[in-house]
Design a protein around this ligand. Structure first.
Ligand code: ATP
Ligand code: MG
Length: 429
């Protein structure tokens, strides 16, 4: 019997992991500049944390949850997204206290789980990097969030991206719009796809982002939520746009964009990739928005919020589609070739000493012939090769060669142990 990984999951192999570390490093360095600090919450949560905030009628909660009852009969789910867990942690750890700074800005990165139909860029275990900002209603916070997300992709060398924004207004605005949309869709109900017909009953706004062409035709003529924004929401959305313009950040408005989570109000946004290698379709690689009622909904003090999450798998697909150079095989500073069994103890001591001095170092463990060891040194792209034969060993010397220049030199072993950097300097000059 041979085991396979569960459907919709991936093994990230050592030769791929450099790409992932690049995303993580880029995020850490960038977010630091925005004074956003990392948070790590559990991989699983009480089911209600998610159902309460993301919303019972959303696809995420109604179809995609990895939930189960544990041995203590608690209803648990693997987290499908990061905002609700971070909201829960914000309340539970009283991060709204003044000592934590206001607004409280935090980021997370890690696996999320959704029971979906797997395809390229759609996994059952996938990874997100997300940022949440609690405690500011200021439209400048919305724009800072969008700018941060755009800066992340720019830092990675991704250029074929578009920022798409919309406003969902206040709860009241949304209710008024919902009614208008119902009035519009009701006489057209029979022409909607079966999928949209069920969405229609549970949450008509979601019909707007249906991918079925028959729905899209109907939706094209539907009323726009932007015509239903109250005075405050309209002003907020206007200010967001003015600030984006002032910062020189290009954006498009899509009044049919609704987002698949219930907790949003006012500004929502997506970053789409139109990379030529993506197959000619627009793909959402990052999404977020304002959630001013989430914390209260989860039982905390009324606290506005804004955040976003980006899919790491999709970020990598985008980078590859755009031909961005990605890091691969790791580099090696030094390979130590040992000739003859008698050198084994000394080559081990050598690689250990080199590692302790801050270099990456490797030797042979499979009793390979010298020729095969040199070949290995080349395969690993070693910058220096140290060669130790039995004669050298008895003389207390070792040969060291800089591969790029071909410079080589026989040096006392004790000099290597004392100050390898000085030796390398000699070799390069
Ligand atoms: P979609 O419409 O593609 O299903 P979504 O609205 O469910 O996306 P969000 O919940 O907003 O996505 O998550 C934010 C980002 O996380 C997405 O833009 C995407 O990059 C990524 N993402 C979401 N679901 C998956 C998944 N199943 N596999 C890989 N990445 C995902
Ligand atoms: Mg989805």
């Amino acid at each position: 019997m041979r085991f396979q990984r569960p459907k919709g999951t991936a093994d990230i192999l050592p030769e791929q992991v450099g790409e992932w570390q690049l995303l993580e490093k880029t995020a850490r360095e960038l977010f630091e500049r925005y004074q956003v600090r990392e948070i790590r919450t559990p991989i699983f949560e009480h089911y209600e944390v998610i159902s309460r905030s993301v919303g019972d009628t959303t696809d995420i909660v109604s179809k995609e949850m990895y939930d189960f009852y544990d041995k203590g009969d608690r209803h648990i789910t693997l987290r499908p997204e990061g905002t609700a867990p971070v909201g829960r942690a914000f309340i539970e750890n009283k991060l709204f206290g003044p000592e934590h700074g206001k607004p409280f800005k935090t980021f997370y990165m890690g696996p999320m789980f959704r029971y979906e139909r797997p395809q390229s860029g759609r996994m059952r275990q996938f990874h997100q990097i997300g940022v949440e900002c609690f405690g500011s209603r200021n439209p400048a916070t919305d724009v800072e969030g969008m700018a941060m997300a755009m800066a992340f992709f720019r830092a990675l060398g991704v250029t074929h991206i578009r920022l798409v924004i919309n406003s969902l207004g206040s709860k009241e605005d949304r209710a008024a719009y919902r009614q208008a949309l119902l009035d519009y869709l009701t006489p057209r109900y029979d022409d909607l796809s079966a999928y949209s017909q069920t969405r229609f009953e549970k949450n008509p706004l979601r019909v707007l982002d249906s991918k079925e062409s028959q729905d899209q035709q109907i939706v094209a003529e539907a009323p726009s939520i932007l015509d239903y924004l109250g005075e405050e929401a309209a002003a907020h959305f206007q200010e967001v746009q003015s600030l984006l313009q002032y910062l020189g950040i290009d954006y498009e408005i899509d009044h049919r964009m609704v987002r698949g989570l219930d907790y949003y109000n006012d500004t929502i946004f997506e970053i789409m990739s139109d990379a030529p290698g993506f197959g000619g379709t627009l793909t959402t690689i990052c999404a977020g928005g304002r959630y001013d009622h989430l914390v209260e909904e989860l039982g905390g003090p009324a606290t506005p919020g804004f955040g976003f999450a980006l899919g790491m798998e999709r970020a990598l697909i985008t980078m590859k589609a755009e031909g961005v150079e990605l890091p691969h095989a790791n580099r090696l500073d030094m390979y130590v070739v040992g000739i003859g069994e008698a050198t084994s103890a000394e080559t081990l001591k050598l690689v250990e000493a080199l590692r302790a001095a801050g270099f990456s170092a490797e030797r042979d463990y499979l009793h390979r012939k010298p020729k095969a060891q040199f070949k290995m040194a080349n395969r690993l792209q070693a910058e220096y090769v140290l060669t130790l034969g039995e004669t050298e060993l008895s003389e207390g010397r070792v040969n060291i060669k800089q591969m790029a220049s071909g410079n080589e030199q026989s040096v006392p072993l004790k000099d290597v142990y004392n100050d390898i950097s000085a030796l390398l300097n000699q070799l390069t000059h």
